[in-house]
Each structure stands twice: as C-alpha cells, then as structure tokens.
Design a protein around this ligand. Structure first.
Ligand code: SF4
Ligand code: SF4
Length: 472
C-alpha cells in the first residue's frame, strides 16, 4: 500500500500506485481542462505531485506541450537565473563486486583494466583538475569492501581537501558510492562531504533485481532506503538519479518524483539534486541491448517535467550527453553540468591506451572545460564554480528554505561572478577571458542592491590583484 511516510521502499515507492498513475496519465493525455488546471498549479512554483506530473509528461496536445516547455524555462530562470554550476567526476576505483548489467565495472567483466588510485595518484589527478579550474568534484567508486572500504574513501577525501596547488583548491567533494550503513554515512559527513549521490537506476523492483543479478546492490530495499539512512547519519544533502534506458521512462519518472516526495515528507528535505543520465556505450556494454532507450525529444520533455514538478532541486546532466542535447536541456531546467570530464580511473593525468580502457562510459561531449565555459557564456549563461553554501553551513532545510523563498539568488549570482572571475584570472584562454570579463561587466548591472553590487566590484578588484575565495 502506498505511504509516502513509510520507511519501507516498497511502500513509499508503491508499484500499484505507479501503475495507477501511468493509467491515469494515459487516460488524460488529451484532457485539455485537466492539463490546463495542472499547469495553473505549476505556475505557483510550488511543485506538483507525481500524479499531476505524469499528466504533463504524457500530454499529447501540442500547444500545451509548448506551454510546458515555456513554464520549465521560466521556473529554471526564477530559481537558478542564468547560472550553471560546474563540476567534474573523479573516478577513484573501478573494482566492484556487483553485477550491474549496464555497467562495464560489473564483477564478471574480465577484460576491463581494474585500477584503484593511490593517494599519490590522487594528488596528481586533483592537481590536474585544479589546473583545469575545477573547484567541485563528484567522487565515484565501485562497491568493493576489500579494495574500496570506507576507510579508503575517507582517506581520499582528506587527501583531496588537503591539496593546495597554486590558486587551486577543491572546495566541495560530493560522493557517489554504494548504499551503506548509517554509521558509514556518519563518517562521510564528518569527512566534510557535500552531497551524497546515489542513483536508483530504476524504481521497478523486478527489473531492478534482473539488472542487478548479483552482489549487495541486488537488495532493492537496502538500496532504495539508502538516502534515508544517509540523512539519519547526518548528511543534509542527498541526490537522486535514474539511469534512463533501463526501464520504462514513465515508470521511473513517477518513481523518482515519489522518492522526492518521500524525502521531503519523511525527512523534511527533498533531494538536493536530481540527475538524469541515459545508458551509454562502454566496454562490454551496448545500449542497444536495452529496449527502453529514449530519444532526445522525450529526454527534453522529462527534464522539463521534472523541473516543473520539483522546482527547488538542482538538476544535473553529464558529458554522457552531446553538446546539442546539453544545449537543449540547459534551457529547460538543468542547473549543473560537468565539463572536461574523464570517466576512467586516472584519466586526468594520462590518456589511456585502448587495451587499458578503465572508463565507465564513453563521453559524448569531449570538449575541454575552457571550451565548455566559453560555450556557456556565448549562450548567455554564467558558469559558476561556487561552493559557498556548503562552506557557510547553508545545507539541508536551511538551504531549501532560502531556495524556495527565492532569496538564495542574492548569494548565487554574486558568487557566480566572483568564482567565474577566479577562473578567468587563473585558467582561462585569452579568448574565454575576454568574453568572460565582458559578461561579468554586463551581469554586474543586474545586481539591484547597490550595497551588494559595490561589494562585488570591490571583491572582483581584489581577485584581479591575486586574492581568492570571497563569498556571500
Ligand atoms: Fe559497480 Fe556501480 Fe558499476 Fe554497478 S554501477 S557495477 S555498483 S560501479
Ligand atoms: Fe550553489 Fe549556494 Fe553557490 Fe548558489 S550560493 S551556487 S546555491 S553553493
């Protein structure tokens, strides 16, 4: 039985409730009055229930679909303005005991090169990332209690935060590791992580078990309830994600929204981020083996509908997606992207030979961070390397309150300009710097509070002189 407040995965993600919603969406896909009524509610920017959101996702009326896209863009603008937060993944180890059939790190894959970074190698990888200009990382590691125990992850985090190279620093480490215990989540919290991210892959229990035939990840309930345990361990910000292509997208769209509703109702804070990866080609993996792949148009609609249904959540798209696809979904709701990513273990320092391939997936967007930053600015976005909230203690419900009231914008925009300025001074090519400096000049005019604007102008001058790390 469906119960948003239940601690049990099968009750807060009820299969029957999802099936019922899918039938409801199908039944009302041309119901103009209902769709308009839902859009009216969505304009209040307070979000939608999963049942309302599926009706928008299924909407088959072209003019109303255009309205859905317009509204998603508007909500994105209201909550996030024209800023895009930048991050990079860092693969620590691809040893894994699980059997996920869509991931080349699965235990039975004998032809992928297995690697685990030593602390010395981490210093080199992170120095390379700092030299690109990154300030925010997402750590990735397979599940392997022998090779990648929690002590290893904690040691890596400590090493990463301790690396200060020229003006570089990693100021926020987000972690994407396997579901674990409250005790280990507490250790991650104490190590100073930002967001704990765990993808559900699919919310369909039967398919989930089929796609994860062996290893601890096979346990659907343990995996699905992991975010609750992370919050019990004191982690304020958790991230959700579905790997689209593994299962019917309507099912997983409904599932992820139910999960978001559960976190908000049961833990008092909804998901800090929602990621929307699609299955990609990799060693041992052919996306055509999966029947539920979605095209770019459907992907765009998914992004728009998640943006409308959960206006407060950050939305992430990685370099799995091509430049063209990323361009489209940036308008519709994405607020964070990776740039210059390497998806192999040790990939930032050394190009891998074909036979040494340790990558988790093939990257579609191969541009450097500088190229991505320039591209964003040419489209009128402000690339942001801001990590201020976590460092100012603005996390969990404190962060959500500021975000939902719209006040966070007063911090985000100045912080984006100042961290972009740091990037331009320290890492940008001459071309990118020129465009960026002009953009900052222009964007200063949009800060309406004269006291804040004067402060930003002053801080920008200090950054130009070599000082770093100003923030609101
Ligand atoms: Fe291991 Fe994660 Fe890949 Fe599964 S998805 S095989 S848990 S690294
Ligand atoms: Fe993110 Fe906070 Fe920085 Fe805004 S001020 S970009 S919400 S870290």
């Amino acid at each position: 039985m469906y119960n948003v407040m239940s601690p049990k995965a099968e009750e807060f993600i009820s299969h029957e409730e999802i099936l019922d919603c899918l039938a409801y969406g199908e039944q009302h896909k041309t119901d103009r009055a209902l769709i308009e009524q839902i859009l009216q509610k969505a304009r209040l920017r307070k979000g939608l229930s999963h049942r309302e959101a599926i009706v928008l996702l299924d909407c088959a009326l072209e003019d109303l679909n255009q309205e859905i896209y317009r509204l998603a863009e508007q909500i994105k603008q209201d909550f996030y303005g024209n800023r895009i937060v930048m991050f990079a993944p860092l693969y620590l180890s691809n040893y894994c005991v699980n059997g996920c059939v869509y991931c080349p790190y699965h235990a039975k894959n004998k032809h992928i090169a297995r690697k685990k970074l030593t602390q010395e190698e981490i210093v080199k990888e992170v120095t390379a990332l700092q030299d690109m200009g990154h300030k925010r990382l997402a750590l990735e590691a397979g599940e392997d209690p022998k090779n990648n125990p929690i002590e290893y992850i904690l040691e890596c985090i400590k090493t990463i935060y301790g690396i200060k190279h020229k003006n570089g620093a990693i100021r926020r480490v987000n972690v994407n590791i396997a579901a674990t215990t409250v005790e280990e989540y507490r250790m991650l919290k104490e190590a100073g992580i930002g967001t704990y991210i765990l993808f559900q892959e699919t919310y369909h229990k039967e398919n989930y078990q089929r796609l994860h035939p062996t290893g601890p990840k096979h346990d659907y309930a343990y995996h699905t309830e992991a975010h609750d345990r992370a919050m019990d361990g004191g982690i304020d910000d958790v991230g959700l994600g579905v790997l689209f292509g593994l299962n019917n997208y309507r099912y997983d769209f409904t599932g992820i929204l139910m999960h978001a509703e559960h976190l908000e109702a049961y833990k008092g804070v909804g998901p800090h981020t929602i990621s929307v990866p699609r299955v990609r080609r990799a060693d041992d993996i052919d996306p055509d083996d999966f029947d539920d792949g979605i095209d770019d148009a459907t992907f765009a609609k998914l992004v728009a509908c998640i943006r409308i249904a959960v206006p407060y959540t950050g939305m992430i798209v990685s370099t799995r997606e091509s430049q063209a696809c990323r361009e489209r979904v940036l308008h519709l709701g994405i607020s964070q992207i990776s740039g210059g990513s390497k998806t192999s273990v040790g990939g930032y320092v050394e190009e891998e030979a074909e036979e040494d391939n340790s990558a988790q997936f093939d990257v579609s967007d191969n541009r450097s961070l500088d190229e991505v930053v320039k591209w964003l600015m040419e489209m009128g976005y402000v690339p942001s390397f801001c990590t201020a909230c976590y460092r100012e203690g603005r996390t969990g419900d404190r962060f959500m309150t500021l975000l939902k009231s719209g006040q966070i914008v007063n911090c985000c925009h100045p912080n984006a300009l100042m961290t972009l300025k740091e990037y331009l001074e320290d890492y940008a090519s001459a071309d990118t710097k020129k465009i960026g400096d002009a953009l900052i000049e222009k964007e200063l005019n949009t800060i309406t509070n004269p006291v804040v604007r004067d402060k930003v102008v002053d801080y920008l001058a200090h950054i130009h002189e070599g000082k770093r790390d100003f923030r609101f």
